[in-house]
Write a protein that binds this ligand. Structure first.
Ligand code: 5AD
Length: 356
């Protein structure tokens, strides 16, 4: 297994069969070996610095019906809410005062947020905070829509591909959604010029080592600027309620392998890592992650943005969320840094990178 990790480190790619072998033969020693190398690569680039981004979960209304997600439209137990643009802006103001220079606006696919409403919101935020970056995470839209949002000032977009295995994608999504359209969205985003993030859930019901191998091959080919991955965690009001949660250890191993394959990538230690394990996010950083996304949503709505059971921080306000994550990061000898944290920023600092 170590030989495969060394080869990945040298060549920055593996064949599908090699990935499958590596992922099915994984154990604690192999994970530790990968984590050490991943941490070394992160240290060379970012030092012991972690970028923090404030996430505003601005609507839990969603037209989609993904089988794993607590916000699916068929979940009649969900208490639905949407924040008005002025309320979202207020969250950003609070975040700005706390030091945030990236705002991630995430929500369900809520038809209320037309291009017009979202574009106004994006230009409102970039107008008030010119040195801040706006990241959108609002699902599948048309190419024209992505273009208009880019023109309004959004520069980053997160759209997890969820799984690169089309058959598994079909099993956990409603028939009207398609893997092909997901891929189309990701291609459009990149062509338009967004710093694009994709990513997958680890441990989806029925997911095999080969399915995950496909994810890794896809990440190597797509070369995203950001990767969001976390374990699948069941939600009690979804059809997958009785399925076992994905493994945090396997997720950490995949984070390390992602860092080794794409050393510059922005890699968040996602909230779901803490859903299965108290110190999951700090372990994510020790496995090679370099981004953390504390919650900036108003406390009143936090408990209603429940994609899965066991989400941490439901009663904390923005300042508390930041404080507790800062303490966790400090406790392992790292620090949260203020800055936009653009892809390639560390190269700019060293006078090498000329992108973005
Ligand atoms: N467990 C883990 N992650 C989930 N997501 C949605 N539902 C779940 C769940 N039950 C993830 C998806 C989505 C992101 C916003 O949250 O990957 O893209």
């Amino acid at each position: 297994m170590r030989g495969l990790i060394d080869r990945l480190d040298r060549q920055k790619r593996l064949e599908l069969e090699e990935w499958t072998a590596l992922l099915s033969g994984f154990d604690a020693g192999t994970a530790d070996y990968a984590a050490r190398r991943a941490r070394e690569l992160s240290l060379e680039r970012f030092g012991k610095r972690v970028y923090f981004r404030g996430i505003v979960e601005f609507t839990n209304i969603c037209r989609n019906d993904c089988l794993y997600c607590g916000l699916r439209r068929s979940n009649s137990h969900a208490v639905r809410y949407r924040l008005e643009p002025e309320e979202i802006l207020a969250c950003c103001r609070e975040g700005y005062a706390l030091g945030y220079r990236t705002f991630v606006l995430q929500g369900g696919e809520d038809p209320y947020y037309t291009d017009q409403v979202l574009c106004q919101l994006v230009s409102g935020i970039t107008g008030e905070f010119p040195e801040a970056a706006v990241t959108l995470s609002v699902g599948e839209r048309s190419r024209g829509s992505y273009q208009r949002l880019f023109d309004a000032g959004a520069r980053r977009y997160l759209l997890r591909h969820e799984t690169a295995a089309p058959a598994l994608y079909r099993r956990v999504h409603p028939p009207e959604m398609s893997w092909e359209n997901r891929m189309r969205c990701l291609r459009d985003l990149r062509e338009i010029g967004y710093q694009t993030g994709c990513g997958m859930m680890v441990g989806l019901p029925g997911q095999t080592a080969e399915d995950l191998a496909r994810d890794m091959v896809f990440l190597g080919e797509f070369q995203p600027q950001m990767i969001g991955m976390g374990p699948f965690l069941p939600h009690h009001d979804t059809p997958l309620r009785d399925c076992p949660a994905g493994s945090v250890e396997l997720t950490l191993f995949l984070l390390s392998l992602s860092r080794i394959m794409l050393p510059d990538v922005l890699l968040p230690a996602t909230t779901a890592l803490d859903g299965g394990w108290e110190d999951g996010r700090t372990r994510g950083i020790l496995a090679g992650a370099n981004v953390i996304m504390p919650n900036l949503s108003p406390v009143a709505v936090r408990k209603d943005y429940l994609l899965y059971d066991g989400k941490p921080g439901l009663t904390q306000d923005a300042a508390d969320s930041l404080r507790s994550l800062r303490e966790a990061v400090t406790s392992i000898g790292y620090e949260l840094v203020v800055g936009r944290g653009d892809y390639g920023e560390w190269r700019n600092e060293h006078g090498i990178f000329q992108g973005f």
